[in-house]
Design a protein around this ligand. Structure first.
Ligand code: ADP
Ligand code: MG
Length: 412
C-alpha cells in the first residue's frame, strides 16, 4: 500500500459522525469534484449506498433467521472510473491519509489495509469469484455515522460493488452484490458479520422495511410509511462503544450453535416458537449451560417478534409494534445480555416521555437505539433522552429521524 496524495479536502474526522443532520442536510462533500481534483479527470459515474437501521430481528441473522431493517437517508457515495491497467486507487474524504494505491493482482487479506480494506476487499471478492475487474479510481465520501451500529461499513462495500458491477458490466443482481460485500468484510477485513447489513444497503426501497429471510435471502418490501401515519422513528446514537462487544458477539454466536446442536437441529431458525418451551426443558434436562438456554430463548422469540411486527405493519397498525419493540429490548437486555446502561437509559427515558416503543438496535454494548414515537411527541421524547443522558453524566447522544429511504443506486 502506498500513499501518494494528500488533497486539501482531507479531514481528521469522518464527516459521517454528525448524525444530528436532517435528511435535507445529508449531502456531505461532492465526490465528483474530489475525484477530479485528485485524479485529474471526470469520473465515469457516481453511486450511492445507504446505511441502515434494524427495526427488529437482532442476533438472528447468523441463525438463518429473520430481520427487518430499513435504509437510512445517510449514504456512502462514490465517484468511480474504470481502469484496465491493474491499478486500484482509493480515497475517502472522511479519513486522513490521502490516496491509497494498490495493485489488484497483489490484493490479499492481511491486517494493515485500514479503512481501504472495505472497498479493496470488494474488488478482491469480485476477482475471487472470477469476475474480470481490472482496476478503478475511486473517491468516497459518507454521511453514515461510523461505528454507531448503522453499517457505515456495509454502505462502503455496497457502493463499491455496485459501481464496479456497472463499470465492468458484470450483471450481478443486488443480492449478489450484498454477498460480495459480506465476503469482503468476513474474509478480507476479517469481521465476522452476518448478511443483513449488506442486503439492507443493497435491496431496501424508500418507504419500506425489508423483511429478509437470511436462510435463502428471499425478501419482501414491507410498507413502512411512517409520515402518513403521523409517526416518527428516531435513531439515538449513544456514541459509546464498549470494548466487551466483539468477544460477546462470538460468545453468543457459539451459544446459539451449541443450542442448535443439543436440540439436533441445523439452526435455531428450525425451532418453531410453539416448540420453544419444550425445547428449553430438553436443554435444561441435557444440562445445557444457562447462557445457551438464554440464547435459544432470545433467538426463537426474536424471530417471532419480527413476524409479529411485519403482521402489524401489513395490517396498518404500526403503533401496536411499539410493545413488541420493548419486548425485544427486554430479551436483548435480560436474556442475551448485550445491552448496556446507555442503551437501557434511552429506552427508559423515551418510554417515560411517552414513546410508543423503543429498543437497542444492532449488536449492542453501545451503538444505537430506535424509538417509535408519535410525530408530535418526537421533539419532547428526544429532549427527554438528551436530558437523561446529561443527568447521568453521559456525552450528548446523536438523535435523528430514520426516514425509510432507498437502497443502493446510481446517481449519474
Ligand atoms: P459500522 O459499520 O457500524 O459503522 P464498523 O466498525 O463495521 O462500524 O465499520 C466502521 C469502519 O468502516 C470505519 O472504522 C472505517 O474503517 C470504515 N468506514 C466507514 N465509513 C468510512 C468512510 N466514510 N471513509 C473511510 N472509511 C470508512
Ligand atoms: Mg459495520
Amino acid at each position: 500500500m502506498t500513499e501518494t496524495t494528500e488533497p486539501s479536502t482531507a479531514s481528521a474526522e469522518p464527516s459521517g459522525t454528525d448524525p444530528d443532520a436532517t435528511a435535507a442536510e445529508q449531502h456531505g462533500t461532492d465526490p465528483a469534484s474530489t475525484f477530479t481534483e485528485l485524479y485529474g479527470t471526470e469520473p465515469d459515474g457516481i453511486w450511492a449506498a445507504p446505511g441502515r437501521v434494524n427495526l427488529i430481528g437482532e442476533y438472528t441473522d447468523f441463525n438463518d433467521g429473520f430481520v427487518l431493517p430499513l435504509a437510512l437517508p445517510h449514504t456512502a457515495r462514490a465517484a468511480v472510473s474504470r481502469r484496465d491497467d491493474g491499478v486500484l486507487r482509493l480515497y475517502s474524504s472522511d479519513v486522513p491519509g490521502g490516496v491509497v494505491s494498490l495493485r489488484v493482482d497483489e490484493l490479499a487479506p492481511h491486517p494493515g489495509h485500514g479503512w481501504a480494506a472495505y472497498p479493496a476487499g470488494v474488488l478482491w471478492a469480485l476477482r475471487e469469484a472470477g469476475h474480470p475487474v481490472t482496476g478503478a479510481d475511486i473517491a468516497l465520501t459518507s454521511t453514515v455515522p461510523t461505528g454507531a451500529g448503522l453499517s457505515s461499513s456495509a454502505a462502503l462495500e455496497v457502493v463499491t460493488a455496485l459501481a464496479l458491477n456497472d463499470l465492468f458490466d458484470l450483471g450481478l443482481p443486488a443480492a449478489e452484490l450484498a454477498v460480495t460485500g459480506r465476503r469482503a468484510e468476513n474474509d478480507f477485513v476479517g469481521v465476522p458479520c452476518g448478511i443483513m447489513d449488506q442486503m439492507a444497503s443493497a435491496c431496501c426501497t424508500e418507504g419500506h422495511a425489508l423483511h429478509l429471510d437470511t436462510r435463502d435471502l428471499s425478501l419482501r418490501q414491507v410498507p413502512f410509511d411512517l409520515a402518513s401515519q403521523g409517526l416518527t422513528l428516531l435513531v439515538v446514537d449513544t456514541r459509546v462503544k464498549h470494548a466487551l462487544g466483539d468477544g460477546a458477539y462470538a460468545e453468543r454466536r457459539a451459544g446459539c450453535e451449541e443450542g442448535a446442536r443439543l436440540l439436533g437441529i441445523p439452526m435455531l431458525r428450525d425451532l418453531p416458537y410453539a416448540n420453544l418451551d419444550a425445547a428449553l426443558t430438553t436443554l435444561a434436562d441435557a444440562g445445557a449451560d444457562e447462557s445457551v438456554i438464554r440464547c435459544v430463548r432470545h433467538v426463537v422469540g426474536e424471530n417471532r417478534r419480527v413476524e409479529q411486527v411485519i403482521a402489524l405493519l401489513d395490517g396498518g397498525d404500526v403503533r401496536a409494534a411499539g410493545p413488541v419493540l420493548n419486548e425485544g429490548h427486554r430479551s436483548l437486555r435480560d436474556d442475551l445480555r448485550v445491552s448496556c446502561p446507555e442503551l437501557d437509559l434511552v429506552v427508559e427515558a423515551a418510554m417515560a416521555a411517552g414513546a410508543l416503543g423503543a429498543r437497542m438496535t444492532g449488536g449492542g454494548f453501545g451503538g444505537s437505539a430506535v424509538v417509535l414515537v408519535e410525530e408530535a411527541a418526537a421533539g419532547t421524547v428526544a429532549k427527554a433522552v438528551s436530558e437523561a443522558f446529561a443527568a447521568a453524566g453521559h456525552a450528548a447522544p446523536g438523535i435523528f429521524d430514520a426516514i425509510p429511504s432507498a437502497g443502493a443506486r446510481r446517481l449519474r
